[in-house]
Design a protein around this ligand. Structure first.
Ligand code: NAP
Length: 484
């Protein structure tokens, strides 16, 4: 029976553990750097944090939850759900919290991955699975003078709950998916809120609602209704993929909805102009919010579009030479997204570093396997992110795929499976070819791509196509090494 090491106890790591248990593969450990499960839903605890995918869909297909309180349930509820799943499926004894994997080296002779934790402990496993995903390392740009600033600073994904924002002069740098969720929450309590916007974002209505008690009871009593509802939500979102095809009429509908939303919520023409994006809708993530634009009608909120030039001891100076003083600066500046597993030193066959294999940009066959890194599987890896549907759907497809690979190795008594370079090359060429026809390639910068425009993060097609591709692994794409 193979031993399995999983990095990360977030949505992907937990999903893997649950499916391994179900498959009777009991020798696995989930290494988690923080002190609990939940991954991104543990890291992000900022006010107003919620998922912008409906909860009945943003959950495991095998963990239907009739109790969701809202269409877009808040972060504490999602974290509670993941903790509940860890308990319900008996994962706790398998999880080692407060333990980071620092390095992983494949030993060809024994066909095992030799792992080292941040504490220097050594362990080994036949199978290594990364569940670290794409959005786990907060990025704070190296603004000139940042070190001189004497006020408090923190990143949205490491919210400092010890900082009392009441009555303070607060700056927010960035206005992406995270910022637009917490800005409406903090605006009423702070003395002054200044939002530094580099690019405007397309925002469409959110239309959240609470599920009444009778609806929750109905989902409880008739679980098949949850399933029907889940399918409905899935297909409603799946159709939105059309909006991400370059020049598709469906994208124009989204643009109209966003423009109407802006016009309805921002009567001031000059302010509206500042809040109107200058790039094709969908190129950056389309945001959903009903309470972000109204924030700008508050007398204590200012939108600054002048580029930020430097930090001073007491605040921020913009390119026009204007200085503003702040007590607190919150960075909602996103994550290191295009280097994937960068902090972990992963070495495959012949000691080759993953960072070296990915010198020209991260890529993986099916988003899951990398040539020269046998028995190593990525979940929510390169080119598997979405703009239109639930990532959990993608993760479940990947976990099913990985389990079939493990079973294949067990059934054929293989030492390892190593994807062929030509299989990855053909896959990557197809994906990159398709991505040229998607709106993400339209001229904008985003966390989906590297500085030179190579799209490393997004999947190029509908999710159903991805699911179909991963349903049955094509083992002819792999070199199978027999056990010696
Ligand atoms: P983000 O979308 O990457 O936004 C970062 C923001 O910081 C952008 O406004 C960006 O401006 C700005 N920024 C970055 N570097 C800057 C610089 N040097 N100077 C000035 N501004 C700078 O990050 P995020 O809001 O944390 O969201 C990241 C992703 O997390 C989302 O796209 C989404 O996938 C996920 N997320 C999901 C939810 C959800 O509801 N499911 C909620 C939050 C986050 P530019 O646009 O000009 O680059």
């Amino acid at each position: 029976m193979p031993r399995v090491a999983i990095i990360g106890a977030g949505v992907a790591g937990l999903c893997t553990g649950i499916q391994l248990k179900k498959a009777g593969i009991g020798q696995f450990t989930i290494f988690e750097k923080s002190d609990g499960v939940g991954g991104t839903w543990r890291d992000n605890s900022y006010p107003g944090c919620a998922c912008d995918v409906p909860s009945h869909l943003y959950s495991y297909s095998f963990g239907i939850n009739p109790e969701w309180t809202h269409k877009f349930s808040p972060q504490p509820e999602i974290l509670q759900y993941l903790e509940h799943c860890a308990d319900k499926f008996g994962l706790r004894p398998h999880i080692r919290t407060a333990t980071s994997i620092a390095s992983a080296r494949f030993d060809t002779t024994s066909g095992t991955w030799k792992l080292k934790t941040d504490k220097g402990e050594e362990t080994e496993a036949e199978i290594l699975i990364s569940g670290v995903g794409q959005l786990n390392r907060p990025a704070i740009p190296a603004f000139p003078g940042l070190g001189d600033f004497v006020g408090r600073t923190f990143h949205s994904a490491r919210w400092d709950h010890a900082v009392d924002l009441a009555g303070k002069r607060v700056a927010v740098v960035g206005n992406g998916a995270s910022a637009i969720q917490f800005i409406p929450q903090i605006a009423p309590e702070v003395a002054q809120l200044t939002i530094f916007q580099r690019s405007a974002n397309w925002i469409v209505p959110r239309n959240d609602y609470a599920y009444p008690k009778w609806a929750r009871e109905m989902f409880h009593e008739m679980p098949f209704l949850s399933r029907v509802y889940r399918s409905y939500l899935y297909w409603m979102l799946e159709k939105n993929f059309m909006a991400f095809i370059k020049d598709h009429w469906f994208g124009k509908l989204f643009e109209k909805a966003a423009r109407d939303h802006l016009a309805a919520q921002v009567p001031d023409a000059a302010l509206r102009a500042k809040l109107t994006p200058d790039y094709t809708i969908g190129c950056k993530r389309i945001l959903i919010s009903d309470d972000y634009y109204p924030v700008f009608s508050r007398p204590n909120v200012e939108l600054v579009t002048e580029p930020l030039s430097r930090f001073t001891a007491h605040g921020i100076e913009t390119k026009d030479g204007k200085s503003r003083d702040f007590d607190v600066v919150i960075f909602a500046t996103g994550f290191e997204t295009t280097s994937f597993l960068a902090p972990i030193d992963i070495r495959g066959l012949n000691g080759r570093a993953l960072a070296d294999a990915w010198r020209d940009g991260p890529e993986a066959y099916m988003g899951v396997t990398v040539p020269g890194f046998p028995n190593f599987f990525l979940l929510y890896g390169p080119n598997t992110n979405l703009g239109h549907n639930s990532i959990i759907f993608m993760i479940e497809a990947q976990v099913r795929y990985v389990l079939q690979c493990i079973k294949e190795m067990r059934n054929r008594d293989l030492a390892y499976l190593d994807v062929k370079p030509q299989a990855l090359a053909a896959f990557a060429a197809r994906v990159q070819g398709e991505l040229k026809k998607r709106v993400w390639a339209a001229g904008c910068s985003s966390w989906y791509k590297t500085a030179d425009g190579h799209i490393t993060n997004n999947w190029s097609g509908p999710t159903i196509k991805y699911w179909q591709m991963l349903r049955r692994p094509d083992f002819s794409a792999y070199d199978a090494q027999a056990r010696v």
